[in-house]
Design a binder for this molecule. Structure first.
Ligand code: ATP
Length: 286
């Protein structure tokens, strides 16, 4: 691993740190500029002294998964540095903020905007699934927007290879925003993370078109009961093709839920899934 420069607290390798872009539960994300090329990036900084085992596992997962993915709608990992006390993930910088903030401002997206985000995000998730990776934490906080309004999936800290069951991890950490969690994740036993991602995409489409979540309750136990029951009402203004896709995504039994192939062929997406070609894998081993 390359070590960051110790001469100046504001330098990380060849990057000069600038303003703070955001703070996660165990990381700080800063804007930075490459002193030679002038390229601006986002650097996620994790203090290995402060982070617990769970946080360190998340960051290791995020690094190894992002190294496997090269897709225009997934935040690109460019480099990783480490010092004795910190890990630095140098990532592509996006300037449009979180999809959550966009939703808070607009409340409901026009159908064409929701369709565009669905096509981009499903294309990214499909690419991940084909690499054997499930995101497992799809929600508007984890989707960033670039300056052109393109969606980029971020935060792969909870992702996993889909052969494995990781219910405990998901439940332990999804409590901040559990509205997107699939019923089989809430229930006991192993599950296929691909189908769980597809459920979350259904919830996201519902939210983008209606401004509300399909399942809500006073407390988490009641919420999970509602999610497992799977009853929700789609407002009348949602167009028929979007309604029909939501009804194929938010399906309690994962075996009956639409697969990615069925989703790709759905009329709401107008055959456009797969238009965005993945780029080559990007980060070499360091
Ligand atoms: P969480 O606790 O929510 O899982 P985290 O510690 O994994 O968070 P991130 O969610 O990845 O951290 O990042 C925190 C915030 O930093 C994001 O919500 C976003 O506002 C900002 N951010 C992260 N990556 C980028 C990026 N590549 N470009 C611009 N801003 C970013």
């Amino acid at each position: 691993m390359v070590r960051p420069s110790n001469h100046n607290a504001q330098m990380v390798g060849d990057y000069k740190l600038e303003r703070t872009l955001g703070k996660g539960s165990f990381a700080k994300v800063k804007q930075a500029v490459h002193t030679k090329t002038g390229e601006r990036v986002a650097i996620k900084i994790i203090s290995t002294k402060d982070a617990n085992q769970h946080a360190l596992r998340r960051i290791k997962t995020e690094i190894s998964v992002l190294r496997m993915i090269g897709h225009p709608n997934v935040i690109q990992l460019k480099e990783v540095f480490a010092s004795e006390s910190r890990i630095f993930l140098v990532m592509e910088l996006v300037s449009g903020g979180e999809l959550l903030d966009r939703l808070a401002l607009d409340r409901v997206f026009p159908v064409d905007v929701a369709r565009k985000y669905m096509i981009q995000l499903l294309s990214a998730i499909d690419h991940c699934h084909k690499k054997g990776i499930c995101h497992r934490d799809i929600k508007p906080e984890n989707i960033l927007l670039d300056e052109h309004g393109n969606a980029k999936v971020s935060d792969f800290g909870l992702s996993a290879l889909y052969e494995q069951g990781f219910r405990a991890t998901v439940l332990a950490t999804a409590c901040g925003s559990p509205h997107y969690v699939a019923p089989e994740v809430v229930s006991r036993g192993k599950y296929d993370g691909r189908a769980a991602d597809i459920w979350s995409m259904g919830v996201l489409l519902f939210v983008m078109l209606t401004g509300t979540v399909p399942f809500s309750a006073q407390n988490i136990k009641a919420l999970f009961t509602k999610i497992k029951g799977g009853s929700f009402v789609i407002p009348d203004h949602v167009p028929a093709d979007a309604r029909s896709l939501i009804e194929r995504l938010i399906v309690v039994n994962p075996a009956d839920r639409a697969t990615m192939e069925e989703v790709a062929a759905h009329p709401f997406l107008q055959g456009k899934l797969g238009v965005l070609q993945p780029t080559a894998p990007i980060v070499p081993e360091i």
